[in-house]
Write a protein that binds this ligand. Structure first.
Ligand code: ARG
Length: 569
């Protein structure tokens, strides 16, 4: 695809003998179109050229020639504003779309680099809560975008399948297992056992002792304990899988914490050898006080390993197995300190520097629920599966009211209901806390998933009304130079850049925002222009073609977020 930023960068760089890429990287997009499509801040050159910015602007303007790409150049203070040729922009953009269709926006940006996206990572035998929903949805979207941009991407679910609580669960199951229907309703039932055994532990020290013993046996691969642990893991995973299926989420690896149990001694040895381990009250720690990061415990005084050690073992394993350039951890911001600690300690591991540098915690904020029966009292966990089902039901209700004759109501309601929840989880800047409010999530006219789907369906019905797909050769781009059409075209042109910024910043809200803007541009276009014009076939061809392009890009973008498009709405 034509790159106007680079073209302008080249023009400037050539006049003053500077590096094109560096110059291009300074180029900004002005806050509004009246000020041009791109602006070059001349003060960036003030030092090297030893001149005042307005003077630099004047000189550059005189030297740079207007050509088929640039329509005009204007000076505004220390800025040089560039207006690109809209016809050229339109031609190039639609040509690229015609060529790539559903793959429009994809590129070789990732250049085959290896990226791991670790996300979801729920804890076995514990509820899959609303925080896990958010990491699942964000992680999956990032994974999709990285793949689309040519990265060699791996999705890992780092299951919380290890820890002392399994000693307790085994003890509870031993005592009362047959009273609970674990296969039917694993997580609820295992939670009940867990609560009950905890009560008993409080009353009876010997029971607690038995739990500890179970965990020790589990660590030693004892048949009975291992089998039970496997059973708990399997039934929990089955329940999680139902949620993953609803969300359309996929993993390449399910290696959880337990996988690393036999890989932790090595971590400890390496850190010992590196001389960074010290003893503190019987525990082995890495002291990070000088970095303001407290201490990272590697082994507790009773000899057991901890969460952090397993994470360090996982970093080593992943570096060897995947030779990663980036390893992203999509985990709530509450764990920020944990990740800063292990990334710091990882500097002492025997892994390539590129892996050390590639570790990144992608943080996200909490979700609060407000309205309806899903609102939570303290300690009352919302089941994500129920939330997803409620969303589908609410949409079914809306359809029943608005469009009872609709075909495939159930299937479409599922796409809309799930899509709404997914979009809502991705559209606030990730680090911010968010409020989950059904009225906002399901507002068909708001900045929501259903809105994007609605605009998409509109483009489909335009095509249906036309009754044919205009061929690209028939499209006269000159007929798409009105304000509304041009707005759409410059949105389309930006798609590739938006996707790049999603992976550069690991921020999905850039893409949700983009899709909303494209949707709004199309709505304006739709309201201002007659698309089906029987008396002007040329005009109709151009407008229908543009509608198809918008529909395709909306669909591609939604799919990257994990959202399916309905056929009707
Ligand atoms: N299982 C943890 C939890 O539910 C999240 C794991 C995050 N990933 C990691 N590598 N530590 O809180």
């Amino acid at each position: 695809m034509i790159n106007f930023k680079l073209i302008i960068g080249e023009k400037i760089a050539n006049t003053i003998n500077e590096d094109i890429n560096e110059i291009a990287s300074y180029i900004e997009v002005p806050p509004n179109k009246e000020m041009g499509d791109y602006a070059f801040p001349c003060f960036k050159l003030a030092k090297t050229l030893k001149k005042a910015p307005p003077m630099i602007a004047e000189e550059l303007k005189n030297k740079i020639e207007i050509d088929e790409n640039i329509e005009k150049i204007e000076i505004a203070g220390g800025y040089l504003n560039f207006y690109i040729n809209k016809l050229k922009l339109s031609e190039e953009t639609l040509k690229e779309f015609e060529l790539k269709q559903e793959r429009y926006g994809s590129s070789a940006y990732g250049d085959g680099k290896n990226v791991i996206v670790e996300f979801s990572s729920p804890n076995i035998a514990k509820p899959f809560h609303i925080g896990h929903l958010r990491t699942t949805v964000i992680g999956s979207a990032l994974y999709n975008v990285y793949k689309f941009l040519g990265y060699n991407t791996t999705a890992i679910n780092h299951l919380g399948d290890y820890g002392t609580q399994f000693g307790k669960l085994i003890e509870g199951y031993k005592r009362w297992g047959n009273e609970y229907n674990i296969d039917e309703n694993p997580i609820d039932e295992l939670m009940k056992i867990y609560v009950r055994i905890n009560e008993l532990c409080k009353e009876d020290e010997s029971v607690l002792e038995a739990c500890r013993e179970n965990f020790r046996l589990l660590e030693e691969n004892d048949e009975y304990c291992k089998n039970l642990w496997e059973k708990f893991r399997d039934v929990s995973l089955k329940e999680f899988q139902r949620i993953y299926d609803l969300l359309g989420v996929h993993f390449d690896s399910l290696k959880g914490e337990a996988f690393y149990t036999d890989k932790m001694d090595e971590v400890e040895n390496i850190l010992e050898k590196a001389g960074v381990i010290t003893e503190s009250q019987g525990s082995k720690i890495v002291d990070l006080e000088d970095k303001g990061l407290g201490v990272c415990i590697i082994r507790k005084s009773n000899g057991s390993s901890i969460y952090a050690t397993r994470d360090l073992a996982a970093i080593r394993y992943r570096a060897k197995e995947y030779d990663f350039d980036k390893c992203l951890y999509v985990v709530a911001y509450e764990q920020a300190l944990h990740f800063r600690q292990i990334f710091e300690v990882a500097k002492h591991l025997d892994i390539p520097e590129k892996c050390q540098k590639g570790l990144e915690h992608v943080q996200y904020g909490m979700t609060r629920l407000t309205t309806g029966k899903m609102s939570t009292r303290e300690g009352n966990v919302i089941k994500v599966e129920d939330l997803l089902k409620e969303s589908i039901e609410r949409v079914e209700h809306i359809i029943e009211e608005k469009n009872p004759e609709m075909e495939n109501k159930k299937a479409e309601a599922k796409k809309i209901g799930i899509g709404a929840v997914i979009f809502n989880n991705l559209c606030t800047t990730l680090i911010k806390d968010q409020v989950f409010d059904w009225n906002a999530v399901l507002n068909f006219n708001g900045e929501t998933g259903p809105y994007i789907q609605y605009v998409y369906v509109r483009t489909k019905s335009v095509l249906e009304k036309a009754g044919y797909l205009p061929s690209f050769e028939e499209v006269d781009v000159k007929l798409l130079q009105d304000k509304e059409s041009l707005n759409i075209i410059s949105n389309l042109y930006e798609f590739e850049n938006v996707l790049k910024s999603v992976v550069d910043k690991n921020e999905t809200s850039f893409l949700t925002r983009y899709l909303i803007e494209l949707g709004q541009s199309y709505s304006n276009f739709y309201n201002e222009n007659k698309i089906i014009c029987e008396d002007n076939k040329k005009l109709q061809d151009a407008r229908v073609y543009l509608s198809v392009a918008v529909g395709t890009v909306l669909k591609t973008g939604a799919k990257l977020l994990g959202i399916e498009m309905p056929n009707k709405m």
